[in-house]
Design a protein around this ligand. Structure first.
Ligand SMILES: [Zn+2]
Length: 92
């Protein structure tokens, strides 16, 4: 697993998300009555990206936060910000 590559991907995605949020989420599906802050998918994803970047720094990246097992490289490739292995996520 190439951590530097993952880090670059995560940073790029984070930058793009921040841009999207700044521009007022064009094309985003907004539900009436829903507050934009806590519930927005973009902010949740942004939070996941921040945490993934932090885990790269601390060396915990690629390990499942629930069971401590290794997350498969294929899964990390498909979703670099994931913090759970497939079985803990209920996909296993
Ligand atoms: Zn797990």
């Amino acid at each position: 697993m190439d951590l530097l590559e993952r880090q670059t991907e995560l940073r790029a995605e984070r930058r793009a998300l921040i841009e999207t949020l700044r521009r007022g989420r064009p094309g985003a599906v907004t539900r009436p009555g829903r507050r934009a802050e806590a519930g927005s998918p973009e902010l949740r994803q942004l939070r996941r990206l921040e945490l993934a970047l932090k885990r790269i720094e601390t060396g915990a990246y690629g390990l499942c936060m629930a069971c401590g097992g290794e997350i498969s490289p294929g899964r990390l490739h498909a979703c670099p910000a994931t913090a759970l292995c497939a079985s803990c996520k209920g996909e296993g």
